[in-house]
Design a protein around this ligand. Structure first.
Ligand code: UD1
Length: 343
């Protein structure tokens, strides 16, 4: 029988691509999403790509009773991939309690249900933000977790600790935290992609919206960093590669291949690119001109971050296959259709 997986935040950017990857591997999916930062139309995009409509429950995971009711309604759920969370760094500084509630109370309520079961499999969306500016590059999973720069970053650190502490005393709970580097791109069909609300804070959506004329120009945040061209370096990973990694991680837990009941993996390409390199690759791979100017540094930005991918390669048997150019092309294709979708 096909296993049923709960994907919270399954209509969001990484969530929706992961739902597609799960359904393509034969998993049945139930999505929980409160539509706070996503559109119900994403469901149609997923259905168009996979030919299967996932089950969908519009609900808010901050309601403990509803979480309880959900797990009673779906006793056959064999795994949970927990994406649902708020992710805007600036907003988290303005409204820390919203972030602690959204990102941590929901996690606790789900885990409280899972530990009641004899067996449970749990995948957590974490972030390379937990490393801050790492002392050594590339960043391995053993790099120390540094004091968080923002309440958002702190919720990822605390979230990981909550899971680790819970796994210590509940042997039936098996969990993996996936620390994403910089997810970009879209499904090649352009039926799903990233849907930033308002002005995008992240680089690639800002680039595509500028190229299409929605924004006047991109500001490059600082060109006086101690890097080759002076701009910051990040590890940009195609969301399709990232989505596949979630399926692999889940299968590891289901198959019992894990080394301990709580594990952590970096998900990146292992390659760092500067902001100027991203701009150049975007222009070359899409044929679009991108107006940009050099602006001041953005507070809280680390100079350089890219993943050591050895643990994920060896233990998960996973590596990112798609290039930066492919990711940027897919993000551009998505941008050209998204305007017409009225999402
Ligand atoms: C940001 C968050 C990080 C979060 C991640 C989620 C900050 C400081 N960090 O990471 O906590 O986990 O998003 O995806 O917000 N850039 C420009 N101009 C722009 C936008 C970005 O030059 O208009 C530069 C940034 O300075 C950075 C790079 O592009 O060097 C990537 O920025 P972004 O996409 O925001 O990702 P991170 O800052 O790495």
């Amino acid at each position: 029988m096909n296993k049923k997986i709960l994907v919270t935040g399954g209509l969001g950017f990484i969530g929706s691509h992961t739902v597609v990857a799960l359904q393509e591997k034969g998993f049945k999916v139930v999505i929980i999403d409160n539509l706070s930062n996503s559109s119900i139309d994403v469901l149609a995009g997923i259905t168009k790509i996979t030919g299967k409509e996932p089950e969908f429950e519009r609900m808010d995971l901050r309601n403990k009773q509803e979480v309880k009711n959900f797990f009673q309604k779906y006793p056959d759920i064999e795994g949970v991939i927990h994406f649902a969370a708020s992710k805007a760094v600036g907003e988290s500084v303005e409204n820390p309690l919203l972030y602690y509630e959204n990102n941590l109370s929901t996690l606790v309520y789900i885990l409280q249900e899972l530990v009641e079961r004899p067996k449970a499999h749990f995948i957590f969306s974490s972030s390379c933000t937990v490393y801050g500016q790492a002392d050594n590059l590339p960043i391995t999973e053993n790099a120390p977790v540094k004091k968080a720069e923002s309440p958002y970053g702190n919720t990822k650190q605390i979230g990981e600790e909550i899971i680790a502490d819970t796994c210590k005393v509940h042997a039936g709970l098996k969990a993996i935290s996936l620390r994403y580097f910089n997810p970009i791109g879209a499904h090649p069909s352009a039926d799903i992609g990233e849907l930033p609300i308002g002005t995008p804070q992240n680089l690639v959506p800002f680039i595509t919206q500028t190229a299409i004329g929605k924004r006047k120009e991109l500001s490059v945040f600082g060109d006086d960093y101690p890097t080759e061209d002076g701009t910051c370096i990040r590890d940009y990973i195609h969301v399709m590669d990232l989505a596949r990694a979630h399926v692999v991680a889940l299968q590891r837990l289901i198959n019992g291949s894990e080394k301990s009941n709580y594990e952590v993996f970096n998900l990146g390409t292992g390659k760092g690119n500067s902001v100027l390199e991203v701009i150049k690759t975007f222009e070359e791979s899409t044929g679009q001109r991108l107006p940009y100017k050099i602006a001041g540094r953005r507070e809280g930005d680390v100079i350089a971050a890219y993943a050591d991918t050895e643990k994920a390669n060896k233990e998960l048997g996973w590596k990112a296959d798609l290039t930066l150019a492919e990711a940027l092309q897919s993000a551009w294709k998505w941008q050209t259709v998204v305007e017409d979708k009225d999402l």
